[in-house]
Structures are given as C-alpha cells and as structure tokens.
Design a protein around this ligand. Structure first.
Ligand SMILES: NC(=O)C1=CN([C@@H]2O[C@H](COP(=O)(O)OP(=O)(O)OC[C@H]3O[C@@H](n4cnc5c(N)ncnc54)[C@H](OP(=O)(O)O)[C@@H]3O)[C@@H](O)[C@H]2O)C=CC1
Ligand SMILES: CC(=O)[C@@H](O)[C@H](O)COP(=O)(O)O
Ligand SMILES: [Mn+2]
Length: 388
C-alpha cells in the first residue's frame, strides 16, 4: 500500500509511520511543518517522491533535501495519488488538505478533528463531489465506528465518549493558577501540546462531541460524555433496546491509526455511512494486553471545566459558531502556554468570542472570514483582557 502522511513529524504522523514500518507499506508523500531534522530522517528511511514543508522553511528544505521534490503546499501533497492519506496536521491548517484530498477522490484516515468540527457539511460535500472517503482516527470516534459496524443508525439512542478527565480531574477545586507544566502532564496519552491542553480544559472532549455528531449524523443531544480516568473504554453506543456496546483497547494511537488506514479505502462517503473493515495483523505487540484492573465512570464537572459546556453551546447553534470557538481556542491555548493568560482565561476568551460572533450560513468563504475574525478578536482579548 502506498501512503501519504500529512503532519508526519507530529504525534499522529510519527505513529502512522510506525504502522507503515510494521506493515512494510511504502510512503509516496510526506508533509511536515518546520521540523526539518525529523523530516530529513523520515526521508532517509522512507524515500518519498514528494515532501511538503511550511513556507517559512522551504528554502532551507530545498537545500537540505537532495532527492524528493519539495513543495510548500500540504493541500497539493494531499492530492498526490495514494492508497491512503493520513491527516495528522493539527488545527486549522489541516482543513484545506482534508478538502483537497476528498475532492481528489482519496481515502482519508482523518485525525485532524478540527475539519469535522468546523466544516462538516462542506467536508461531506467535498467527499460526495470528488468521490473521497474518510474514516476517523480519533480514539473515541474509531470506538464509535467499530461499535456501529453492523448496526442500524435508527437503533442508536446515544453515543457515549469517554474522557480521561485530564491532569486536573481530582483537583485543585480552583484551577485559576495551575501552570502549563502541570496542564501538559496528561495522565494517559502522549500527544501534541495543543490537544494536551485541550484535554486539561475538557475542550478536547467538547471538540470531539461536535466531531462525533458530524461523523455519524446524529444531533448533539444524542452525544454524551463520561469521565473514565483509566482510558480503557474509548467509547460506547447505547441502543434503543437499552443494550450498550463498548470499544476497549490499550492507550496506543497506533491501533486506531492502523484500523483507519485499513478501513479508509472502503470508508465513509456521508454521515453515518459505516462499513467495518477487515483487520490487519497485530499492531505494537498488544495481543497480550491484560484486560485487568478497576474501571470507574463519572459525570464531568461543568463548573470546573466550562469549555465542555461552551462546545455544546457552539455545536447546538451550528453554522459558524464551532469555527469561532475553535479559532478562539487556537489563540487561547498558545497564549496560556506562553504565560500570557491563566488557565481559566482560556474558556473566558472563547465565551466572549462566541458571544460576539456574527451569525451567518456556512460556506468556505464565510468559514475563512469567521476564522480570521475570531482569531483577531481572541488575540485582542488576550492582549487587553477579557470582560470581568
Ligand atoms: N496526538 C494524538 O494522540 C491525537 C491527535 N488527534 C488530532 O490529530 C491532530 C494532530 O495532533 P498531534 O499529532 O497531537 O499534533 P502535533 O502538534 O504533534 O503535530 C502536528 C503536525 O502538523 C504539522 N504541521 C504544522 N504546520 C504544517 C504545515 N503547514 N504543513 C504540514 N504539516 C504541518 C507539524 O509539523 P512540524 O512539527 O514539523 O512543525 C506536525 O507534524 C490534531 O487535530 C489532534 O486533535 C486526535 C486524536 C489523538
Ligand atoms: C487519544 C485521543 O483520542 C485523545 O483525543 C484523547 O481522547 C485525549 O484524552 P482526553 O480524554 O483526556 O481528552
Ligand atoms: Mn480523542
């Protein structure tokens, strides 16, 4: 199988390349941002025909990388014919490559949750128009996908996503003065910095609730969240007869990535279009994973973690609000990491941006305008302070 990996130098990208190595697949195209040292090592190992890098390091990349063609356009990289395109780009920059890949008829293993959060209708239209297919990589959403396989959507009463609860699930009661070092200490997953902070605020779960509704074509009122500190159960589906089906697994993203890569060629073309895939060989030496230990489940505390309620609010409003929420979060999280604002200012910035977002129908143009506006407004709030 010939694979494209977008975001190849990140947490998802490097694990996708682990799967490629284990399976003996080949790499046609890689897209990275600015980490040329790691990209150079990946080029040496996988010999792709094409690499894309961030425009700011394009000249340096041309000088350093002798043999593959070098471009500065991940959307073009996404269109290069491949059996599967893994998108592990973080945030808004991952949106246009997702669109480009689907419009070019590619099979996409999609980790970039921001695409389904901000632009689901447009992404599905791109898939319909271009013949592209997609399968989610996110651990909870592959969990739902696997639970829904062989079931009828009309029989679903509720989709349940588990949350680890992040590093602050047991305290302190007041989160105003927690540090970025504390917030970056995720209890169960090793991930990029942005998603790790989102896990600490529970915004990650908020984004995932919207991602889930968009993927499976169900209203937000049918997507629930339960805190499960052990991160063994990734998701569950409650059916109308009262039965629950859950998906369990080790906390190793190579399993969801490998499943999505196997499933993408027969993947989803519209919301809820779930067809399970044949499973590939063992991933990451997990056949002996011990199904042992104690598992607990409790409801999330929306007072300490208001970001989750904000995400439900944006998701229920729909239109351009999820894009505004996401853009504000993409400003607030780096500002927190840079020490410019406190931890509880993250949801404050987002709430004020949501309150002020001009309504309107979703299109690629209005999406880009709203993202630009919300980014600017969030930057102002970071500099000047949010309302009391
Ligand atoms: N990590 C995880 O376990 C999970 C992640 N996800 C989702 O997957 C996505 C990626 O997350 P994660 O891997 O943690 O993030 P990382 O921050 O670890 O990686 C982001 C990747 O995007 C790359 N990138 C940035 N700009 C560009 C660009 N212009 N062109 C191409 N690549 C670019 C970065 O490149 P560089 O470093 O070279 O600058 C890096 O390779 C997010 O949407 C996240 O929510 C979902 C579930 C689990
Ligand atoms: C691995 C994965 O899918 C992450 O999105 C994970 O869910 C983050 O953990 P939280 O449950 O703490 O948000
Ligand atoms: Mn997840």
């Amino acid at each position: 199988m010939k694979v494209t990996v977008l975001g190849s130098t990140g947490s998802i990208g490097t694990q996708a390349l682990d799967v490629v190595r284990e399976r003996g697949w080949t790499v046609g195209t890689l897209a990275a941002g600015r980490n040329l040292e790691l990209l150079e090592a990946q080029v040496r190992e996988f010999s792709p025909e094409l690499v894309s890098v961030d425009a700011s390091v394009y000249a340096e990349a041309r000088a350093r990388l002798a043999h593959p063609a070098v471009i500065a356009d991940p959307a073009e990289a996404a269109m290069r014919p491949a059996d599967v395109v893994v998108n592990g780009m973080s945030g808004l920059p991952g949106l246009s490559p997702t669109r480009a890949a689907l419009e070019a008829g590619q099979a996409v293993a999609l980790a970039t949750k921001e695409a389904m959060v901000t632009a689901a209708e447009l992404i599905w239209a791109a898939a319909q128009h271009g013949g592209g297919r997609l399968v989610p990589v996110d651990s909870e959403h592959t969990g739902v996908f696997q639970c829904l396989t062989g079931e009828a959507l009309e029989d679903v009463a509720e989709l349940i996503l588990t949350a680890s609860g992040g590093p602050f699930r047991n305290g302190p009661a007041d989160l105003s003065s927690v540090t970025s070092a504390q917030a970056l200490r995720h209890p169960s997953w090793n991930m990029g910095r942005k998603i790790t902070i989102d896990s600490a605020t529970l915004m990650n779960k908020g984004l995932e609730v919207m991602e889930c509704a968009s993927l499976y074509g169900l209203p937000l009122s049918k997507v629930g969240v339960v805190v499960h500190p052990q991160s063994v159960v990734h998701a569950a589906v409650r059916f109308r007869d009262g039965s629950l089906k859950a998906q369990l697994g080790p906390t190793d993203m190579r399993l969801p990535i490998a499943y999505a890569m196997d499933a993408a060629p027969t993947g989803m073309t519209r919301p809820g279009d779930v067809r399970g895939a044949r499973r590939g060989p063992e991933v990451g030496d997990h056949l002996g994973w011990p199904l042992l230990g104690e598992w607990t489940f409790h409801t999330p505390d929306l007072n300490r973690f208001p970001a989750l309620a904000l995400a439900y609010r944006a998701g229920e409003a729909g239109g351009l609000l999820p894009a505004a929420l996401n853009a504000a979060d993409e400003v607030a999280v780096p500002a927190f990491l840079a020490g410019q604002i406190g931890f509880m200012d993250i949801p404050r910035v987002i709430e004020q941006v949501l309150d002020e977002t001009p309504p309107g129908p979703l299109s690629w143009d209005s999406l880009a305008q709203t993202e630009a506006w919300a980014t600017r407004r969030a930057q102002e709030l970071v500099l000047r302070g949010v309302r009391a």
